[in-house]
Design a protein around this ligand. Structure first.
Ligand code: C2O
Ligand code: CU
Length: 482
């Protein structure tokens, strides 16, 4: 298989980043000459059910669905400029596809069934090929029946390493996710009307890399880069690294993979699909620990422990350095067109009976549940009643700049995600916004948030809430750039 150690990570960080052995499980490195120059990295991703223990005994192992032997996996690492050729092999009993979350790629590689590609049927293969234009911490997941498949663990990390950035003594991936498991280790319901029409259905157990409160080894006195992913379908988290001796906790250096001038990790809530790269200094004395905690809820929740191991690295001042600047096309704000986007609850939940669903040719393409509770600009995905797809929410002219005014008319949080683009996050009427780039922005209840893009990437691009039950029940649409 293609699982091999990544020679670009130092041996020391391979050995020490061990906890979940994630830094070591980099995939790829099959360097062939790619047509467009640069290297080609090839991976095969076999999506299928695999048993994996999440709960301790006497519970049973749980029937996860994964792309690799274990959740979370694989972690695909590319250097900026490398090309990825990823072959999805569908070992499921339903059709699927892979969406490359956060990557500004061409529309045909975006992995949305019916919108950008035919669904990949059971037993079939589909080859994706693209060169990610940006460095950063990205991930990938299916885009149909996501509530169940992501709920059962179908997600992997795609990391694009920057060139000429600051050095780190370890580079970790922390995939944070809850699981809807009962006491025996069996999955319960992934969705409920009650959850879908409100904040979502929460899991019963929180994990990092599929482990309950794991101990993750870090090099003593080393500067650790942790790529923190919220891959849960529902829960909003607000993380802290507690107990550091220098630096006052962790510092954010990237948001959704996009460099941010370093600032303390101290109140940056992450909705589902959002990522933060942080840096912190590991304790000097081997055996000492730091705590990764979710402080979003009233009762702070411990998620993992970082434990210093090995001989302490030489003393140096802790000074978080910025990553090399991103090259996201700058929207021309002076000449931008403002597009209002209202996120609301539907007046009446629309209920589609089975007969209606099966009689409509578009039903399968909806990848929706049978009810809608939510809408964007008063349109729920199936509402148009069109033969196949509903019309786009809006059509943008290629090359022009746009400001989206995202208005949350509901009392709930919504992490709003755009495919194929990276937002410039501008301002909010509720809070002070640190200008940054992101592919997913967390809309607070009743908030109006302004984000901008330069519409340079043609195609039909999904635009939806990443609380998967909201997405599945209507808070989903697409934007056409032509
Ligand atoms: Cu992470 Cu449309 O998805
Ligand atoms: Cu939502």
């Amino acid at each position: 298989m293609l699982n091999r150690f990544d020679a670009r990570l130092s041996r020391r960080s391979l050995l020490r980043a061990g906890g979940a052995a994630l830094a070591a499980s980099a995939v790829g490195g099959g360097s062939l000459a790619a047509p467009g120059g640069g290297d080609l990295v090839e991976v095969e991703l076999l999506a299928k059910q695999r048993m994996q223990r999440i709960l301790p005994e006497p519970a049973n192992a749980s029937p996860l669905v994964t792309y690799a032997e274990r959740f979370p996996g694989p972690v695909i690492r590319l250097r900026k400029g490398q090309r990825l050729r990823a072959t999805l092999v569908n070992g499921l009993t339903e059709h699927t596809s892979i969406h490359w979350h956060g990557i500004r790629l061409s529309n045909a590689e975006d992995g949305v069934p019916f919108l950008t590609q035919p669904p990949t049927k059971p037993g079939e293969r589909h080859v994706y090929e693209f060169t990610p234009p940006d460095s950063g911490s990205f991930f990938f997941h299916p885009h149909c029946n996501t509530v169940e498949l992501l709920g059962r663990g179908l997600a992997g990390a795609l990391i694009v390493e920057e060139e000429g950035g600051p050095a780190f003594d370890a580079d970790l991936v922390c995939m944070i996710k809850d699981w809807q498991l009962d006491k025996t280790g069996a999955f319960g319901a992934f969705t409920s009307d009650r959850g879908a029409s409100r904040a979502g259905t929460f899991g019963s157990v929180s994990t990092v890399n599929g482990l309950i409160e794991p101990v993750i080894d870090v090099p003593a006195n080393g500067d650790v880069r942790a790529r923190l992913y919220n891959v849960d379908s529902t829960r909003v988290i607000d993380l802290r690294v507690e107990g550091t001796e220098s630096g006052g906790g962790a510092w954010i250096i990237a948001v959704d993979g996009n460099p941010l001038p370093p600032r303390p990790l101290d109140g940056w809530p992450m909705g589902p699909a959002m990522r933060l790269d942080v840096i912190f200094r590991a304790p000097k004395d081997p055996g000492k620990t730091l705590r990764l905690t979710n402080v979003y809820s009233a009762q702070p929740k411990p998620l993992a422990v970082f434990r210093s191991v090995g001989t302490a690295l030489p003393n140096k001042r802790f000074a978080p350095r910025a990553l090399p600047a991103a090259s996201i096309p700058q929207p021309d704000l002076k000449n931008a067109t403002v597009v209002p986007m209202a996120f609301s609850a539907t007046a009446v939940a629309q209920i589609f009976d089975d007969a209606l669903l099966t009689s409509l040719p578009f039903a399968d393409s909806l990848c929706l549940s049978e009810k809608t509770f939510w809408a964007i600009n008063q349109q729920s995905w199936p509402e148009g009643g069109h033969e196949r797809l509903p019309p786009p929410i809006t059509t943008l002219e290629k090359g022009r700049s746009y400001v989206f005014e995202l208005a949350n008319l509901t009392p709930h949080l919504h992490p709003i995600h755009i495919h194929g683009y990276t937002f410039s996050v501008l301002s909010s009427d509720l809070r002070k916004v640190v200008p940054h780039h992101a592919d997913t922005v967390l809309l607070e209840p009743k908030e109006r948030l302004r984000v901008a893009i330069k519409a340079d990437n043609p195609g039909d691009w999904m635009f939806h809430c990443h609380i998967i039950e909201h997405q599945d029940t209507g808070m989903m649409g697409y934007i056409r750039v032509a």
